[in-house]
Design a protein around this ligand. Structure first.
Ligand code: NDP
Ligand SMILES: O=C(O)C1=N[C@H](C(=O)O)C[C@H](O)C1
Length: 254
């Protein structure tokens, strides 16, 4: 992928990243990518001790342990693919230490998302339920189609593996935002089962025809690659809350 190469060539030093959720499905892939990346390096994984985790009572009162704070301090940005409580913990720490953050974790409640908006006044944050470049383009296509098919009824279907914790998926919620500028009350139908990596389809249903725009993930590699490239780009821009489209500098669809 050629994204962000201009920024890479201007940086004299590697981008240093810490990673929350390193033992998870996404974390494992990101570690592999960082292990062979030309411009970004993993400083260290972030892992609250088991005891800290058990004691952590809620998103607003927990603190990262000292070792994690040292790791974040030594990083340019934190990458987070974990669980919302963990995300909040590291976000508080990153904001206090003025380090950037990529939030890939989904299922954040409104209060948690609104804390991220506040924190973005101090640091650069990429918050994206889907860090894939392909899905970013798919979202733009759906927003465009929603304007073309304004008189049709819209609906979203998402399918994910049996271990996914949040329903509906963050990507489905983001897709609903995209098409709801044209039509309100768009329903999302969620299915969970097997090892499905992540499928999303947006239906535009008319009286005598139906248009379906669909994206299927065959592996998680595109989420992980996009997240690492976006983290590098985030380190070259100012404070604020960004989505993938913003970080990649993609203009809106015609
Ligand atoms: N933005 C995107 O493109 C994508 C986002 N996602 C989202 O990323 C998140 C992770 O997904 P996935 O990797 O599949 O999930 P996994 O369950 O495989 O991984 C989550 C990891 O986070 C760790 N974790 C949980 N709580 C803490 C904590 N307090 N401190 C440190 N580590 C913690 C877990 O450790 P343990 O098991 O020991 O508790 C686990 O290793 C989900 O919200 C998912 O929806 C997923 C794919 C793409
Ligand atoms: O948990 C997952 O697996 C995924 N989660 C993200 C979401 O909630 O949209 C992105 C992707 O579909 C995989």
């Amino acid at each position: 992928m050629r994204l962000g190469q201009a920024q890479h060539s201007q940086r004299a030093q590697d981008v240093l990243l810490s990673l929350a959720g390193y033992a998870g499905r996404m974390g494992a892939l990101i570690r592999t990518i960082l292990g062979r990346h030309q411009h970004a390096k993993l400083v260290a994984p972030l892992a609250m001790s088991g005891e800290c985790r058990r004691m952590a009572p809620g998103p607003c009162s927990i603190r990262a342990c000292h070792a994690d704070a040292r790791t974040i301090s030594a990083s340019d940005a934190v990458m987070d693919f974990s669980r919302p409580r963990c995300t909040m913990l590291y976000l508080r720490c990153a904001a206090a230490l003025r380090r950037r953050m990529v939030i890939g974790t989904t299922g954040l409640c409104q209060c948690e998302a609104s804390y991220a908006r506040t924190a973005a006044q101090r640091i650069g944050i990429l918050m994206s339920a889907n860090t894939s470049v392909g899905v970013t383009l798919f979202r733009m296509l759906c927003a465009y189609a929603a304007r073309l098919y304004a008189g049709y009824d819209f609906g979203i279907v998402e399918v994910h593996h049996r271990n996914k914790r949040d329903v509906p998926s963050g990507t489905a919620i983001a897709l609903r935002h995209c098409v709801e500028s044209t039509q309100h009350g768009v329903s999302i139908c969620s299915l969970r089962g097997g090892g499905v990596v992540g499928d999303h389809a947006v239906f535009f249903m008319g009286d005598s025809d139906v248009v379906v725009i669909e994206h299927r993930s065959t592996t998680r590699l595109h989420f992980a690659t996009g997240a690492v490239e976006a983290a590098v780009l985030l380190c070259a821009i100012g404070n604020g809350l960004y989505d993938m489209q913003g970080v990649l500098g993609l203009s809106t669809a015609p």
